[in-house]
Design a protein around this ligand. Structure first.
Ligand SMILES: [Zn+2]
Ligand SMILES: [Zn+2]
Length: 231
């Protein structure tokens, strides 16, 4: 698996499909998203490569229920001592209590989805240990604030680390072919755009996106410029 250091203590992990981010506070690790089902061993190997053990992983924060983000959550939680956190509107889907609502596809997205996403393994149901609310602060990264970003899914979240200027965007933001853009396969595209514009208001110098290379530098300017293209 490809491991990329973004900052000291922050790595991008790229399993076969999907992206995960590993944040370190001392010896305690937080994983944001997990990649698809079956990525657990690869992620464990990445921890070893980085000089950690499985037992260093304290929590997994899930940005939303899609299988390329939550696929390995159950497997990783089974290591023991790992709490899984997700927004309260996503939790019933992640637990497998209700099916996830399908995206409201644009015509061109339908073809893309068939090509890149339709063959992905479903995410095995996973207990959610802590249901998150908008504005809640999670105890990592000097205080990680949950920012509700409804639209891509109802309970999509971003996680903002104001002290570090780091933002985990989930699929509200993508970075494709060098372009910062709205994520695809949204439940409600208009609402996703509003959430995207909200993220542009956060003080951020490194945006860890759901798909594509992290966005660095003046992230608010990059997001605002991208938002002008929505119309
Ligand atoms: Zn998604
Ligand atoms: Zn995704």
């Amino acid at each position: 698996m490809e491991i990329t250091e973004l900052r000291p203590g922050l790595h991008l992990l790229q399993p076969r499909f999907g992206q995960a981010y590993l944040w370190r506070d001392g010896s305690s690790l937080t994983l944001v998203d997990t990649g698809i089902a079956g990525s657990g061993e690869e992620i464990a190997e990445a921890l070893t490569t980085l000089g950690h053990r499985r037992s260093d992983l304290t929590r997994v924060v899930l940005t939303h229920f899609h299988e390329d983000h939550t696929g390995s959550a159950a497997e990783i939680r089974a290591w023991g001592g790992v709490a899984v956190l997700a927004h309260r509107l996503e939790a019933p889907v992640i637990r497998g209590d209700v099916p996830g609502p399908p995206p409201d596809f644009l015509d061109w997205e339908r073809e893309l989805h068939a090509r890149v996403a339709s063959g992905l393994p479903p995410a095995p149901p996973c207990p959610v240990d802590h249901e998150l609310d908008d504005g809640e602060v999670i105890d990592f990264g000097g205080g990680a604030r949950v920012v509700a970003t409804p639209g891509h899914t109802d309970g999509s979240i971003a996680v903002h680390l104001p002290r570090h200027g780091v933002l985990f965007t989930g699929d509200t933001v993508a970075h494709v072919d060098g372009r910062v853009t709205l994520g695809v396969f949204n439940l409600d595209r208009e609402r996703t755009m509003r959430s995207f514009r909200d993220l542009a208001g956060l003080d951020t110098s490194l945006a860890c996106v759901g798909h594509g290379a992290p966005v660095t530098g003046d992230v608010p300017a990059a997001l605002k410029a991208a938002a002008r293209d929505f119309a």
